[in-house]
Design a protein around this ligand. Structure first.
Ligand code: PHE
Length: 378
């Protein structure tokens, strides 16, 4: 008997060491813009996806499976996004996907993963068409963030009630569903709040000279200028607003969230307000712990994209754990049934459209930094 124990004791560590390499693996994909015009979005998302996966693997994986992954760059381009989604589902045969990041890239991805029946969660894509098209739910598609009808209405109300805006001008990219969608929501909500929409003008995706449009804005007499686009374009427009000597309050949605916004716009963006998904100044312990962890690893405070990517990856891992399997259909069912998940950006319950019901944070750019103003509940 004694000998038997001895043999086991000697053998046991060896067995433990051997098990992981024979253990089952689950392969998941990440689609994120690592190059192109919104590359800071993609980098934050990749950083946080990796933190969540590494943490889970360090705990022994999920449902007895080690997580392996494939990361693809969609360059924030719709065609590129469709290509990499096809590659992930058809060639890499991933069981689930996190991504993509912008609505522009995620809408085409959602159609591909729906046809292939691969459960997918976008951390950050807020346009309604990501999960529902022509009134039909894409039931393999989920997201860890709120949607644009909510944030557009939040900023319209804020512009009226807090900034005391009487008349608004809206400039948007007609080729970008996110930009156009939220422009329309803001316009309608601002009117509903009793405000006037004095200018509603669009530009093209490659435009860099906004002088003619800003002349119209000036002539309209608007006191609020809503800019629903990503940080690159917003930075450029804000600079030209300043050069023209236009006196307007700048307001926008989550697309403003990048450390590069202030680098591009400089003082022109000072005093601007935008809606976002979280604030690093939030004192909830889960936020404090997360900000510390990310900072230690990447030397900077996580932006909303990074935070939502950590949440989205953990939501997916939780679903795999609940499913107890790598079967995409079971993972989809588990994702759909998640309630009150304790995400860093706030409690997450996925509604019947797979969208998260979440609060929005309003932030102000002050002294070149993002300052937390307040939370707004749905
Ligand atoms: N909501 C944006 C979109 O749908 C992406 C985004 C999210 C950008 C969060 C910045 C911060 O395209």
């Amino acid at each position: 008997m004694k000998r038997c124990w001895l043999v086991l004791a000697v053998l046991f560590p060896a067995l433990v060491a051997v098990v992981p390499s024979h253990a089952k693996e689950i392969k998941i994909g990440l689609i994120t813009p690592l190059s192109g015009d919104v590359k800071t979005f993609g980098e934050s998302v990749r950083n946080s996806f990796l933190i969540a996966v590494e943490e889970a693997n360090a705990r022994g994986g999920v449902a007895g499976m080690k997580i392996t992954y494939v990361i693809q760059d969609d360059k924030n381009d719709a065609t590129e996004a469709a290509n990499v989604a096809n590659l992930l589902v058809n060639q890499q045969r991933v069981k689930a996907i996190v991504g993509s990041v912008t609505s522009k890239a995620t809408i085409p991805v959602s159609d591909i993963i729906q046809a292939a029946k691969v459960p997918t969660i976008s951390p950050t894509a807020t346009n309604p068409k990501v999960t529902v098209a022509d009134g039909k739910r894409k039931d393999y598609m989920f997201r860890a963030c709120f949607i644009d009808p909510f944030q557009g209405a939040v900023m319209a109300k804020f512009s009226r009630e807090t900034l005391k805006g009487e008349s608004a001008a809206v400039l948007f990219d007609a080729s970008n569903d996110y930009s156009k969608g939220i422009a329309e929501v803001f316009r309608d909500a601002f009117r509903k709040q009793g405000g006037k929409v004095a200018a509603f003008e669009s530009y093209g995706k490659d435009d860099v000279d906004f002088s003619a449009l800003l002349t119209k804005v000036k002539a309209s007499g608007a006191d609020v200028l809503f800019l629903p686009d990503y940080y690159n374009k917003v930075g450029l427009i804000a600079k030209q607003v300043q050069e023209k000597g236009l006196k307007v309050r700048l307001v926008g949605p989550d697309g403003w969230d990048s450390p590069d916004l202030v680098k591009i716009a400089g003082s022109a963006i000072e005093g601007g307000h935008f809606s976002n998904h979280y604030s690093p100044d939030d004192l909830r312990p889960e936020v404090v712990a997360w900000v510390k962890k990310y900072k230690e690893k990447h030397g900077q405070v996580p932006d909303a994209l990074g935070t939502l990517a950590y949440d989205a990856t953990n939501l997916l891992l939780e679903a795999i754990r609940k499913a107890g399997s790598d079967d995409p259909e079971k993972i989809r069912e588990a994702l759909a049934s998640i309630k009150d998940f304790k995400a860093v950006s706030g409690k997450s319950t996925l509604d019947r459209n797979g969208d998260s019901i979440k609060s929005a944070a309003i932030l102000k750019i002050e002294g070149g930094k993002q300052k937390f103003v307040r939370m707004v509940n749905p």
